[in-house]
Design a protein around this ligand. Sequence first.
Ligand SMILES: *[C@@H]1O[C@H](CO)[C@@H](O)[C@H](O)[C@H]1NC(C)=O
Ligand SMILES: *[C@@H]1O[C@H](CO)[C@@H](O)[C@H](O)[C@H]1NC(C)=O
Ligand SMILES: *[C@@H]1O[C@H](CO)[C@@H](O)[C@H](O)[C@H]1NC(C)=O
Ligand SMILES: *[C@@H]1O[C@H](CO)[C@@H](O)[C@H](O)[C@H]1NC(C)=O
Length: 232
Amino acid sequence: MRSESLLVLLFAAFATAHIVISYPGWRGNNLITNDTFPYGMQWMYPCGGIGTTTNRTYWPTTGGAVAFQPGWFRGHERANIQVNIGYGTNGPDNGPVDMSNQMVPVIQLLGPSNGPYPGTVCFPQVPMPKDANVSVGDKATIQVVEQAQHGAALFSCVDIEFAAPGDPKIEKVTEDNCFNSTDFGFAEIYAIATTNPVTGKSYDNVKNDAVSTRSSLGLISTVVAAGLWALL
Ligand SMILES: *[C@@H]1O[C@H](CO)[C@@H](O)[C@H](O)[C@H]1NC(C)=O
Ligand SMILES: *[C@@H]1O[C@H](CO)[C@@H](O)[C@H](O)[C@H]1NC(C)=O
Ligand SMILES: *[C@@H]1O[C@H](CO)[C@@H](O)[C@H](O)[C@H]1NC(C)=O
Ligand SMILES: *[C@@H]1O[C@H](CO)[C@@H](O)[C@H](O)[C@H]1NC(C)=O
């Protein structure tokens, strides 16, 4: 069925691992634990131990899809997921100055089990942050953060160059590269305290577009991927 099945097979050999960004690409394989990264590369802030890359992938100036496979390690029956963007190349390692601009505010992923699991999550239209001001040709880095049940976070990134929406250089978003596996659930995370004691600002009045578009379950079946997993 999907190219994801192939990825499942490719990476099944090192199932001690965490997030694979399947769209629009990733910096490279950081599903690695060795003497340099004894706890595993993906725990390294900000991009899971891989430096800024030059083989950038194209992404629309108006925002676009981000898809990833979150279940490459045990301990993620529940995980908090967040997607951020950092602009430019003037920061450390010729990457962004910081990665603090949120695109997908934290959402809880409910995985099918606490062991490693297959499956894909896709946000089909991740919006640019409100204050973003990007032009065709600008460079940026998208960061996917997966916070595990014990509180520590895994990082994976992809370096992008902005292109005009519809530019053929941008990989097409399809049901094959952007879907939610049916065995994932999602939960919203919100605070009970609604007023900041210092500013007096009431959080009840803060409307968040991303929250209103969240649905409770994924859509498209991944029978083949799930079947493959059962064989491994
Ligand atoms: C960039 O190159 C690395 C190393 O070959 C590869 O693993 C990665 O998938 C590439 N990234 C993109 C976005 O093409
Ligand atoms: C561990 O893996 C990383 C990524 O491939 C590599 O840069 C590093 O040199 C490796 N360390 C050792 C001790 O092999
Ligand atoms: C947006 O970026 C352009 C080009 O870099 C710049 O000329 C313009 O002043 C910026 N606008 C805002 C509101 O920052
Ligand atoms: C996957 O689920 C998330 C969270 O509910 C949602 O925002 C997203 O639109 C879904 N993706 C697809 C392709 O339906």
